[in-house]
Design a protein around this ligand. Structure first.
Ligand code: NAD
Length: 290
């Protein structure tokens, strides 16, 4: 048996095209472009690349990109002041502060300062609470992208056993909430989990967000399971995921790295931005359809 390789790149291209159509509709209805502000503090090479590609994708989707690149020694007060200005700016529908921030800035202070209704990253505790209680908010982009791929491959997931490996606020925890909302039976595994291979063996769906190259092994996989690999690990052999690619011999479907979850993250950021713009301006949008 050889797994279907889930083409996240192609799926993300479709999502971006749908966002582009909605962005054009939004322009016509509101008389302005939807706008995303991205803030980068310091010159971290990986973050700089992410910010550049987010800006490019935003413009390509027909939305306005406002990039704010600040020096590494920017004070927390100055960053708070910028967030306040963006919160008050009517042309800004989404605000994203690229993480990690320099160590002299408390990320929690910045994340909680963003207006929850412009928090297109979905990291504000208000949005985490909305997700946990089934209210409308913003879902973090990476787990949202994983969910879209899972729905595409599995359709109705009701009653399936899902194991999420990793319990971070940006991936593991929101992923678990999304799968609960799909009526899966969800187990969240982490660094203290006992006998992880046995836990993973019961799973119809595995989402790995650990940050260790090739961590999940083929003999942990239930035949036919769907595997979503969130991991991005830079190795001498290039970019690899958290799931050993040999798992494809056992799994039913699996995302590759690169070309799986990664492209979905930016596409979901664009999606959240057009959703925010439509909500803020009262422009009707079928959110479930994009
Ligand atoms: P994190 O470091 O915050 O969390 C890692 C989690 O893995 C922790 O909850 C920890 O308990 C768990 N873990 C560590 N060792 C373990 C072990 N031995 N057994 C079981 N669990 C263990 O990381 P994160 O921010 O959630 O990211 C995880 C991975 O996903 C990283 O590789 C990151 O680069 C990648 N990532 C990718 C995207 C994307 O767009 N594709 C987005 C975000 C993160």
């Amino acid at each position: 048996m050889s797994a279907e390789i889930i083409d996240g790149k192609a799926f993300a291209a479709g999502l971006r095209a749908r966002v582009g159509e909605q962005a054009a509709r939004f322009n016509a209805a509101s008389g302005r472009q939807a706008g995303l502000a991205v803030v980068l503090v310091g010159a971290d090479a990986a973050s700089s690349v992410y910010v550049k590609s987010k800006g490019k994708a935003t413009v390509a989707a027909g939305m306005a990109s406002f990039e704010h690149r600040l020096p590494a020694d920017t004070s927390q007060d100055d960053l708070v002041a910028l967030v306040d200005r963006l919160n008050a700016d009517a042309a800004v529908d989404g605000i994203l502060v690229q993480l990690p921030l320099p160590s002299h800035i408390d990320e929690r202070v910045i994340i909680t300062r963003i207006d929850p209704d412009k928090d297109v990253d979905g990291f504000h505790p208000v949005n985490a609470g909305r997700l946990a209680t089934g209210l409308h908010g913003f879902v973090p982009c990476t787990p949202l992208g994983c969910l879209m791929l899972l729905k595409h491959v599995r359709g109705d997931m009701s009653g399936l056993d899902a194991v999420v490996i990793g319990r971070s606020n940006i991936v593991g925890k929101p992923m678990a909430q999304l799968l609960i909302a799909q009526s899966c039976t969800v187990t969240v595994a982490h660094s203290r989990t006992r006998d992880l291979p046995d836990v993973v063996r019961r799973a119809d769906i595995v989402v790995a967000a650990v940050g260790r190259a090739g961590f999940v092994k083929p003999d942990w996989i239930k035949p036919g399971a769907t595997l979503i690999d969130v991991g991005i690990n830079r190795t001498d052999a290039g970019l690899v995921g958290d799931i050993d690619p040999v798992c494809a011999e056992v799994a039913g479907a699996m995302t590759p790295v690169p070309g799986g979850v990664g492209p979905m993250t930016i596409a979901c950021l664009l999606r959240n931005t057009i959703v925010s713009a439509c909500r803020r301006e009262g422009v009707p949008l079928d959110e479930a359809a994009i």
